[in-house]
Design a protein around this ligand. Structure first.
Ligand SMILES: Cc1cc2nc3c(=O)[nH]c(=O)nc-3n(C[C@H](O)[C@H](O)[C@H](O)COP(=O)(O)OP(=O)(O)OC[C@H]3O[C@@H](n4cnc5c(N)ncnc54)[C@H](O)[C@@H]3O)c2cc1C
Length: 463
């Protein structure tokens, strides 16, 4: 497939915006997408990244903060060693830079191991020459307005430097991800639990769970995948769902009934309380003595570096106010956020956001007035509240493909998704819900989808 690598050549807005300095915080997929689009619009971009490499979540980090098993500080990545993507690679690239298998040494499967996506992100940086904009090993510690809403002071600390440095920018793009800060449940007895407990953020490998009785709290994709992994080494795994009839629990119940080899996984109701002798009591009164509890209970948004007088807050995981999940009305367009939406197709969604931000910051596209943006945020939130969507899911798009198309068209005239992509996404979700254990290797493309993929040059392997 041909790649359009030359969009930086001459942008209409280049001359007027040449000198604008933009700071992007974070060199994960969102920050790198932002860097490329901002450069295409002729802006002067600096990406500040706390880690020693690009990739964000996909830069696997074996460190687990042993002294802090609930993972409330420290390591960024929540990736564990055995992760394979749950989204097909054919929909996992940029609009002009597909996530093709590379052949030698790589993992050419549709759902590859996590290192394959890291390889792709690094290739993206190389091909688009982004690394010269990235400052590694540097943590942003404070972002504040420098007198006017279009000048920002960014304070940061390089790992080897004695103190912090400060720099002024015309705009700041926050792209720091949202799978790092554990969201912990409130369970009676958690504070006095004396045995091991950790959040999935701090899970890496199965070895230390050998011979244990493990309770996993949370029956979402990560809870189920950890249960299926740990059943191989643990004596028993008890997977506790908030509701046995809801979410993925019925699918898991069917899977357990069909697979006798999974006899050491038990689906349990909600955990009621913990005793410091190791007893875990479930709703209804049944109990087990556990060695370890793993909380697979999701993550919170967190922006500890923002010093902006409460103009953007996080309330039960609603980050706001943010117009279209990107611009805080009172600080737009010089402050923006990329990558806030959850349950979206990546990197497509952040590419749309990045393109919009770049066009707005460069002056090519304008935003509505702050009052209109504020009204739009309030209407959006009211509609979600009325539909019964919990506040903590304010930014969840639930893989709604029509919403993706409308969003991209609305904000920056992004082309709609091709039919073959939609078919692949739908069949992949249906495969996952059908059998979460085998969907990555056991899938069947329709003739039409198979032909489209071949025509477009896709040659994924099964093994
Ligand atoms: C276990 C797991 C499995 C997943 N599987 C999939 C999957 O199969 N498919 C999929 O599409 N998505 C998956 N995801 C979601 C994944 O998070 C996204 O694919 C992607 O990483 C989001 O990119 P991002 O750039 O928005 O955030 P991140 O990848 O989190 O990157 C944010 C970057 O910001 C940096 N940063 C943060 N704070 C600062 C600071 N103060 N100063 C400087 N730098 C900072 C971080 O170091 C990091 O590099 C998975 C996530 C997890 C945890």
């Amino acid at each position: 497939m041909e790649q359009d690598l030359d969009k930086t050549a001459s942008s209409p807005s280049e001359s007027s915006s040449k000198k604008k300095k933009v700071c992007v915080i974070g060199a994960g997929i969102s920050g790198l997408a932002a860097a490329r689009e901002l450069r295409r619009e002729g802006l002067d971009v600096t990406v500040i990244e706390q880690n020693g490499g690009v990739g964000g979540q996909w830069l696997y980090d074996a460190a687990i903060d042993a002294g802090d098993p609930l993972g409330l500080a420290g390591v960024h990545s929540s990736m564990y060693a055995s992760v394979r993507l749950n989204s097909p690679r054919e929909i996992g690239g940029f609009s002009d830079f597909p996530f093709f298998p590379t052949g030698a040494g790589g993992d050419g499967r549709r759902y590859p191991v996590h290192g394959e996506l890291l390889r792709f992100i690094r290739d993206f940086c190389d091909v688009f020459g982004l690394m010269d904009a990235v400052r590694l090993n540097t943590t942003v510690t404070r972002v504040a307005m420098d007198g006017s809403p279009s000048r920002w002071t960014v304070r940061s600390k390089h790992r080897d430097a004695a103190g912090d440095g400060e720099e002024v920018f015309d705009a700041v793009v926050v792209a720091t991800g949202h799978y790092t800060q554990p969201r912990l449940p409130a369970i009676e007895g958690m504070d006095t639990w004396r045995r091991r407990h950790l959040h999935s953020h701090s899970y890496r490998v199965q070895d230390t769970f050998a011979g244990e009785v493990v309770v996993i709290v949370g029956c979402s994709v990560s809870g189920i995948e950890l249960a299926l992994e740990l059943r191989r080494v643990a004596i028993e795994v008890h997977l506790s769902a908030k509701s046995i009839d809801d979410g993925l629990a019925p699918m898991m119940s069917k899977l357990l009934a069909a697979r006798h080899k999974h006899g050491n996984i038990h689906l349990r109701p909600k955990v009621e309380h913990l005793h410091d002798d190791g007893t875990v009591v479930f709703d209804g009164g049944e109990s087990v003595i556990a060695d370890t509890i793993i909380y697979c209970t999701g993550y919170n948004y967190s922006f500890p570096f923002l010093d902006i007088d409460g103009k953007v807050t996080v309330d039960d995981n609603r980050v706001g106010p943010l117009f279209e999940h990107v611009f805080p009305p009172s600080l737009a367009p010089s402050l923006s956020f990329i990558g806030i939406p959850a349950k979206v197709i990546l990197p497509r969604f952040v590419e749309m956001q990045a393109s919009w931000v770049a066009q707005v910051v460069s002056g090519k596209r304008t935003l509505p007035s702050p009052e209109e943006m504020m009204r739009a945020v309030e209407e959006y939130n009211a509609a979600r509240d009325a539909a019964g969507v919990p506040k903590r899911q304010t930014h969840a798009a639930f893989l709604d493909l029509e919403y993706h198309d409308e969003y991209g068209e609305r904000v920056c005239g992004f082309p709609r998704m091709e039919d073959w992509r939609k078919e692949l996404i739908r069949s992949s979700i249906s495969d996952l819900l059908g059998d979460i254990e085998t969907f990555r290797d056991d899938y069947h493309d329709s003739d039409l989808l198979g032909d489209s993929l071949r025509l477009l040059g896709w040659t994924t392997s099964r093994q």
